[in-house]
Each structure stands twice: as C-alpha cells, then as structure tokens.
Ligand binder design. Structure first.
Ligand code: IPM
Ligand code: MN
Length: 366
C-alpha cells in the first residue's frame, strides 16, 4: 500500500535530521515491502527566503495531498528581526492551525544508556516514562486580540468547551493504552480558562472509570517534573503550559535531541517533528542528533499508518545503537568519539535489519 509523505526540512539542522529520517523510512519500506512516496516542500525561514512566505500555498497543497508530514525545524538568527508575520515560527503555527492538529504528543522516556547525560540523579531519572499531551491549536498562541503598541501589548487566552473536550478525551484514551493515569495540569487558582478546563476533566472522567485522574497546578507540576518525574504517566495540558513543561521534561532523558513528537487530529493525518529546534549554532556541520527525527518517523508509522511493528523496530534499533555506546556530540562522554549525523544514522540502519519483529514488544508511544 502506498503512503504519501510530505517532508518539510525547514531551517538549521532540519535538513540534516530529516534526511536521516527519510533514509530510515526507505529501509523500512524495503524490509516490510511498503511504498512511501516522499515529496519535499518549503517551510520556515527557508520558505521566506525562496517565496516570501513562511508557509507557501504550494506547501499547504503538498501536505493536503499527503497522508502525513515530517518536519525538521524552523527559525534562526537570520530571521529574528523580520516583522512578526514573516517569522519562520509563523509557518509552523499556521500549518498546525490549517490542518487542525490539536493534539501534540510528546513522549519522554528514560533510556538506561543515556542516563549518564541527565541533569537529574540517575535514581530520579531512571523511571521516567511519561506522555505529555499538549493542546496545540488554541490558547495564547492563537487568541484574538493579539497586538502591541509602543507601550502596551495584549495576548488572549481563550478556550471553548469543544476545544478542551477533544484534547481531554484524547488524553484519557491514551492513558488507557498506557498505565491508566492522567495528570491534568492547569492554573485553576487564577485563570478562568483553567476553571473550565478542570470542570471538563471532572465531567469526562466519569466515562473513564478505569483511569486514575489527578489535577495539578502548573507551578507545582514544573517542580514535580524535577523532584519525582517517574510519577507521571499521561499529562494533559493547554498549549503554552505544554510548550514550557515539555521542554523542561525533555532534558531529563539526557538530550532534547532524542525526543520526537506527533501533532495529530482524529482522522489519522499527522505532522511529526523532533521537539528540538533548528540549532543554528551546529547547523550544516554534521553534528546534529538525528534520533528525534528518526523516532518521529516511528511515531508517524504508528499513529498515521497503523504500522506498529515497523515503528517498534525503529525504536529498538535506536535503543540498540545507544546501548552499543554510539553517540552524537550532544550525548558523547569525554571518552567517547562523537559520531556524525550520517555515521550515527548508518548505525541505526545496520540495526534495523538485525531487530526481529517477534521480539519487538516495547513500543513506547502507543
Ligand atoms: C515547539 C516550539 C514552537 C512552539 C515554536 C517554534 C513556535 O517551541 O514546537 O514547542 O512554541 O510551539
Ligand atoms: Mn517549544
């Protein structure tokens, strides 16, 4: 069965890590006899330079004609001073909104062979296995009015009942597939939107008696991510809180460079991207860690294409490369030789053929 995949490399290290992920996708196609039709498009600063827009119409049309999208990263110092409508980040926000990708899934799982690089003590970091479910198309990022004058500025935090309901349901559904616990994060002691959020979680939980639910204020959640991150299973939260908390949680595993994400809606279409940014300081040098982009392809196979064993094989291959002691510069210890992006990707490709499907049971992202 043929699947159409749009690849939007974007800026900075985006082209290097998406190229690595596409290679992996091609190996999966060969091994499992799938056909993936891959077409590249422009987004972000690269698109601004070539077309004058961060999300050109041709890119939207390409994604509309695709079954899933793989994105690299957007942004960089070159476009820092362009007017806000012409910032590379606008391209990312516009594509999320255009395709109604309301559910952003950001799994954070400790891998034993990376714990040496965690800023937390090993005994605190080792049990981390959480899934942050971030609302992605509402809240402060999109609320109107949003404007500034010389001496004042306004952003609007607005959520409707429907917007909250669908993300909360998604969180409950995912918790059922995991350890059955939901932590709903809000700022109910201050914000009206959070009061509505909490009310909806209370209503919805009646339909999921098998799921344990706790509410947590966002400041307290930020603290607990450091003191006891292993206590979280599924965390559901609004857009801005999710943005901040997912960066915080991501470093627990040792490097943000290993964390993938999925931005999905209800019909299987999705956009998959590493959670790291464009890292302009190392762009073009072959130093980027492609693990997050490669694991984003695994999430694509799982969520958009229902190819669970293929996804699992990728995850196992990535873990095997880490276990064998191969790291890119972000994770290499003083005694290790840091591998280049391409060298590390080739290690994963070698492992892909070695992993047996029948042993593959530990897929994290379900
Ligand atoms: C992310 C990024 C984006 C966001 C930026 C680049 C607009 O930080 O995907 O988390 O804030 O959502
Ligand atoms: Mn972010």
């Amino acid at each position: 069965m043929g699947k159409r995949v749009a690849v939007l490399p974007g800026d900075g290290v985006g082209p290097e890590v998406t190229a690595a992920a596409v290679k992996v996708l091609q190996v999966i196609a060969r091994r499992f006899k799938h056909e993936f039709h891959i077409t590249h498009g422009l987004i972000g600063g690269d698109a601004i330079d070539q077309t004058g827009k961060p999300l050109p119409d041709e890119t939207v049309a390409l994604c509309e004609a695709s079954d899933a999208v793989l994105l690299g990263a957007v942004g960089g110092p070159k476009w820092e001073h362009t007017p806000s409508e012409l910032r590379p980040e606008k391209g990312l926000l516009a594509i999320r909104k255009h395709f109604d990708l309301f559910a952003n899934l950001r799994p954070v799982k400790a891998v034993p062979s990376l714990l040496h690089a965690s800023p937390l003590k090993e005994e605190v970091a080792k049990d981390v296995d959480m899934l942050i479910v971030r609302e992605l198309t509402g809240g402060l990022y999109f609320g109107e009015p949003s404007r500034r004058t010389e001496n004042s500025a306004v952003d609007t935090l607005v959520y409707t009942r429907d917007e909250i309901t669908r993300i909360v349901e998604k969180g409950f559904e995912l918790a059922r597939l995991r350890r059955g616990k939901v932590t709903s994060v809000d700022k109910e002691n201050v914000l009206q939107s959070s009061k509505l959020w909490r009310e909806i979680v209370e209503e919805k939980k009646k339909a999921y008696p098998d799921v344990e639910v706790e509410h947590m204020l966002v400041d307290s959640a930020a603290m607990k991510i450091i003191t006891n991150p292993g206590a979280f299973d599924v965390m559901i939260t609004e857009n801005m809180f999710g943005d901040i908390l997912s960066d915080e949680a991501s470093v627990i595993t040792g490097s943000m460079g290993v964390l993938p994400s999925a931005s999905i809606r209800s019909d299987g279409f999705g956009l998959y991207e590493p959670i790291h940014g464009s890292a302009p300081d190392i762009a073009g040098q072959g130093k980027a860690n492609p693990a997050a982009a490669i694991l984003s392809v695994a999430m694509m196979l799982q969520y958009s294409f229902g190819m669970t064993k293929e996804a699992c094989v990728i995850e196992e291959a990535v873990n095997a490369v880490f276990e064998n002691g191969f790291f890119t510069a972000d994770l290499a210890g003083p005694e290790d030789r840091a591998l280049s992006t391409k060298e590390w990707t080739n290690k994963v490709i070698d492992e892909l053929d070695l992993q047996s499907v029948s042993d593959c049971i530990m897929f994290t992202y379900a």
